[in-house]
Structure formats: C-alpha cells, structure tokens
Design a protein around this ligand. Structure first.
Ligand SMILES: [Zn+2]
Length: 287
C-alpha cells in the first residue's frame, strides 16, 4: 500500500470536476468557476476547471486575499508576481525610517520580506480525540531580500530603514487546507476519498490546527516555486490522505502538513493500477 506523488507546480489544467469541491452543489443554480489550486496571486499555475460555486469562491477568495495582502504583499509587489489588477500595483511600499517616520519608498529601495511559518504537527497526530485551535509553538520567521538600489535611501534624511511583516495564521491555515483539498480533488477525484477539509475551508469548523500543521523536512531552497506532495499513510488503522505543501520552496519555505481525508484499500489499489497503466514502459521493454 503506497500512494506517493508530487503535484506539478507548472501550468496544469486538470479534468473539469462538474460540482463544487467545497459544498458539493452541482452548480446548476450557481455557476461553477475554475479554481486556482495555489492562489493566482501567489503565482499559482495549476487550475481545476468547473470546481467552485460562486458562494464558496467568495469565501475562499476572502481568506486568500487576506493572506496575499497581510503576509505576501512585499514579495508579490517587489518580485512582480502575477496580479489580476496590474494597473493597481503600487509603485512604492511603506518603510519605517530609523527616525520613526513612515516613508513611501520606491520599489527599487524596498527590503523584500518573505514570511515563514513553521507550525507544530497537526493536532490529530498528537491526539485524535482533542480538537481545538491552538497555534502555540508555531515559529514565525521573516526572510529578507536586500533592496535593488539602496542608494535611494539617501533621498531621505534617515540613516536606516526597517519594514514590518504581518501574519494571519488562521487565513494561512485555511489557504493550506484549500490547496491540499483541491490538489487531491484534482489528482484523485472527489469519490476516491472522504474529504475532511470542506468545513474548515468554509469556516464552519475553526479547529484548523487539528488538521493543518507543520512537518519536518529539509529547508534548502528548491528549483520550484511551490512544492506539493501527497501520500497515504496508515494512522491508527485509518488510511489517511495527507498533503505536504512548501509554499515558496524556492526561497526555503517550511513544510506544512495537511490531513485531507481518508480512503480505502480498494481505492488505493485502483489508483495504483491506473498509475501503472499510464507509466512509461520499463527500459528494455521497447528495445
Ligand atoms: Zn460551493
């Protein structure tokens, strides 16, 4: 029994789902839209067509927007990450001078910040019977990138500047849950597993740290911007489907572990048979 794989972070269009992956509605009353698995605003390229109703899209885009703005604004603006509103992209970002003033610094002079959040492991792994929201023990960090043109600082009468980095752990965890759920819905199909995450994604269940947490893993930068792995592991006699997500792996981002749901031995075997059928022939077989 093993299902282990990596979802491509390149430009991918999965097969259309035909119902909302969050609330299950078929979309006849409420048109189904395409879902970016990693948010568009964080340079997401993989798309799950016809997979989110309008009501659910309003909910997911609200917490994704909070993440993109509160946590990743500096990175998005200074690195020119794709945006749906290019004309609204700011030409400056606020920085605090060592004399205490906030100045609007041209982007070339801005210190880029990348937030890193290393959560404790999902609460389910510690005790499946205790369900609560508890981010105690999470380690928050900030990576910084030097300004491209520090000479610009000389235009302001201050010797030094600093920047602030915001964090929104609930929105971040919901976004991770959404990425994991959408990855598995696209890879396996919704009937392959019993999804646990929709109530957390839609805000009906606030105990996010029960199913979203951290994972050990090397922190060196990777070639891919984002890295998403899925696997099935037996925990307490249950076949758990989990996702390990490294947002901004290219900048050494930490690993987030998400419990996506559970599946059955039959589903695992049928997925492995299907994967074996599409795998390239072994070397030698074609010669
Ligand atoms: Zn929906």
């Amino acid at each position: 029994m093993a299902v282990i794989g990596t979802s491509s972070s390149g430009i991918v269009r999965y097969a259309p789902v035909g119902r909302c992956i969050y609330c299950g509605r078929d979309g006849s009353a409420n048109e189904l839209g395409d879902e970016h698995i990693v948010p568009f605003a964080l340079q997401g390229q993989a798309v799950l067509p016809k997979s989110s109703c309008k009501d659910c899209a309003d909910i997911t885009s609200a917490f994704e927007g909070r993440c993109a703005h509160a946590m990743y604004r500096s990175l998005r603006v200074t690195q020119n990450i794709q945006t749906r509103r290019p004309t609204k992209r700011p030409k400056t970002l606020p920085m605090r001078s060592s004399t205490g003033q906030i100045v609007e610094m041209p982007l070339q002079g801005v210190i880029t910040t990348i937030p890193t959040v290393q959560f404790r492991p999902p609460g389910y792994f510690k005790d499946p019977l205790i369900k609560e929201t508890n981010w105690t023990g999470a380690t928050l960090g900030v990576q910084t990138g030097s300004p491209r043109n520090i000479q610009l600082w000389q235009d302001y009468s201050a010797p030094d500047f600093s920047v602030e980095q915001g964090f929104d752990l609930d929105s971040l965890a919901r976004m991770m849950a959404k990425i994991a759920h959408a990855t598995c819905a696209g890879t396996f199909g919704l009937d392959w597993f019993t999804p646990w995450l929709p109530p957390y994604i839609l805000g009906a269940d606030a105990a996010l740290s029960y199913v979203v947490g951290g994972a050990e893993g090397p922190l060196e930068p990777k070639n891919t911007l984002h890295e998403i792995r899925y696997d099935v592991t037996t925990v307490g006699g249950i076949l758990l489907v989990t996702c390990t997500i490294r947002l901004f792996a290219q900048f050494g981002g930490p690993h987030t572990k998400v419990i996506v749901g559970q599946t059955t031995e039959e589903c695992v075997q049928s997925f492995n048979r299907k994967s074996a059928n599409v795998a390239p022939p072994e070397s030698g077989a074609t010669q």
